[in-house]
Design a protein around this ligand. Structure first.
Ligand code: FNR
Length: 379
């Protein structure tokens, strides 16, 4: 199909086509600090590995001679989508490439996939929105504990054309990340990722001096406000009351939390362990998916991230009940290796791989996928 032709166009490719090879390639071009920050996980890396191992425990079961014309197109939260694949929110992208989120936003628009822009982006949400043009973009929020600042950011996101809000709830504090500690690498302490907060008039009014004059104090307030530890389900009600579009809760690993998100008025959940960056020993996101899909799948959009690397991974998650998946580190490696064209290549490769494999499975559309397409090893 066209996706395969697009992915194969232009040799040599700007970065490897296989999502599992990108990390090694990126390790060669990035300094140890930024590479460790992106590739690293919490603690011993147990959950990071578990995310990949979970995909490997499922095998796809194809059916033959079905004359299929595979089609990735789908709808999510009432909107048409070219494919059930989004870009997961990743902060501080300028640590791997000076154009950071701007290059990613252009690649997302060019390939027609939805970009979820992170709260701690290196560029302000308006700058990323401008680079994304008429692409579809969602805003990821670390909910500030100052309601006025929160309202200001929601208002800015709405005016900048963000169509959905993703509230991340698994990061009331950073996980224990040995790589960053060993390298002494902490970009947020230098104010990287504060572009949206530092350009916010309400946030600025809270400071004795502007960030340009007292960076340390501004960073301290930013960290305290955006990664406080005091969040509860009650505060989600505030967001629900003040955001009219779709609202998703990211970082869900238990069916009861998915139900709590539903009861708080969310339209969707993202099953995720933050790419293995928060709790060393947390269960794989893919292993948490079936119970969540069973609990709320009929009522809410269910997305999954953490460990998605190939087209087959996309299809396995959909067969287990996800409506869509988000890809994280691979596109950041594409960014590190070749800016906008690297990101575009990574996206096109995942989409083409998923489309080819969908056809080989004998399925017509992603909606046809179900547990009958899976064989679980040892279970
Ligand atoms: C993240 N992630 C993340 N999530 C979020 O909600 N807000 C954020 O600012 C960030 N920042 C961030 C930085 C880096 C360097 C990484 C690798 C990840 C988590 C991200 O959205 C997603 O959950 C994981 O990246 C998905 O796992 P994979 O695809 O990277 O395995």
């Amino acid at each position: 199909g066209k996706l395969l032709r697009d992915a194969a166009a232009g040799h040599p490719p700007p970065c490897p086509c296989d999502g599992t090879e990108l990390e090694d390639a990126a390790a060669k071009v990035l300094a140890p600090g930024p590479f460790g920050y992106v590739a690293g996980g919490a603690g011993s890396g147990d959950t990071l590995r578990a995310n990949r191992a979970a995909f490997a425990r499922y095998r796809l079961v194809p059916r033959m001679l079905r004359k299929t014309q595979p089609e990735l197109r789908t709808s999510l939260l009432g909107k048409e989508m070219a494919a059930p694949v989004l870009l997961a929110p990743i902060g501080v992208q300028s640590i791997v490439h000076p154009e950071g989120e701007l290059a990613v936003a252009r690649a997302a628009a060019e390939t027609g996939v939805t970009m979820i822009v992170a709260s701690p982006a290196s560029y302000s949400l308006e700058e990323v929105a401008a680079a994304n043009g008429d692409g579809d973009r969602w805003y990821q929020l670390y909910q500030p504990d100052d309601p006025e600042v929160c309202l200001s950011i929601l208002d800015r996101a709405k005016r900048a054309g963000f169509t959905a809000l993703v509230v991340t709830v698994d990061t009331p504090r950073f996980g224990w990340r040995p790589s960053d500690l060993d390298q002494g690498f902490a970009p947020t302490l230098r104010g990287i990722g504060a572009a949206t907060a530092f350009s916010d008039p309400v946030f600025r009014a809270r400071l004795a001096q502007p960030p340009e004059q007292d960076l340390d104090a501004a960073v301290r307030l930013w960290q305290q406000m955006f990664t406080g530890t005091g969040r509860s389900w009650d505060e989600l009600a505030f967001l629900r009351a003040n955001w009219a579009g779709p609202l998703l809760v990211k970082g869900i690993l238990h069916a009861d939390d998915a139900r709590a998100a539903r009861d708080a008025g969310a339209d969707g959940v993202v099953v995720s362990n933050h790419g293995g960056r928060q709790i060393d020993g947390a269960l794989a996101a893919l292993d948490a998916l079936p119970a969540v899909a069973k609990a709320v799948g009929d009522e809410l959009a269910v997305l999954l991230d953490s460990g998605v690397r190939t087209g087959s991974d996309v299809l396995k998650a959909l067969a287990l009940g996800a409506d869509a998946v988000a890809v994280g580190r691979p596109y950041l490696y594409g960014l590190a290796l070749n800016g906008q064209s690297g990101v575009g290549h990574v996206i096109r490769s995942v989409l083409a791989d998923a489309e080819v494999t969908l056809g080989l499975l004998g399925a017509e559309t992603v909606l046809d996928l179900g547990e009958r397409h899976l064989h679980k090893i040892g279970g």
